[in-house]
Design a protein around this ligand. Sequence first.
Ligand code: NAI
Length: 254
Amino acid sequence: MTNLTGKVALVTGAASGLGKAAASALAKAGAAVLLTDCDLAGEEAAAGLVAAGLKASFRLHDVTSEADWAAAVAHAVDDFGRLDILVNNAGISGGRHALMEHSLEAWRHTLSINLDGVFLGLRHAGPPIAAAGGGSIINVSSILGKVGMAGAAAYCASKGGVTLLTKAAALEWAPLQIRVNSIHPGFVETPLVANALAASDDGNALRDALITAHPLGRMGLPAEIAAAILFLASDAASFMTGAELVVDGGYTAQ
Ligand code: NAI
């Protein structure tokens, strides 16, 4: 039921971390995948999939740019003939900020990528997915879209916004057979987390604390999140829409 042969997917933030792993999982399941990112390293990720005999291409894409979204969606449809699946994955941590000193500029920067970027993805990918007869949209939120964390106000607000934006879209597009779900990963040591640890005064202690916060006693792996994204993208999740899929080693069960 997770076979995606004949389907076309667009994955944002696919140059690194969870997006790269998700693009690989979708391509291995048979989908043609357009990897997009504002980092040219995505080109290498797409080339690796093509070299393995899978269908993939890459396009530079800033998810805060409406023009880039229009071009990326057109590119997917031109290259592969349709669009069935969107993974709104691109995101940033935004760094740690004490709320009493948080600048409006830093707040807006995080919100523009993590929340506006998802809105623009829905806005631009919705019409071609509807034209294809329906499909699946996966918005990458976070455990921090369900529970808070000190020092991460903008990130939590952006990811909480994604959680509810997902449900509104799911209700609006259920008649179009477009399923829209959010995924809530626990901590995974991608560059996003590794850089945040490196920027911290005591990265090793913070890393240990993060590991301890997951009852399974470790951080997640990109492939474990990608497997859940593949599930949501596929017919195995055909009766799921507006749902929050938590993949967090028990972090939010406490
Ligand atoms: P990452 O830093 O490895 O990858 C993020 C990718 O997004 C990068 O390739 C980056 O170039 C791209 N990106 C950033 N700004 C962009 C923009 N304006 N336009 C297009 N691409 C842009 O991070 P990771 O960990 O793979 O994160 C992916 C998503 O998963 C993010 O939305 C993040 O918030 C979310 N997430 C990550 C968790 C983790 O522990 N790593 C946990 C929960 C959620």
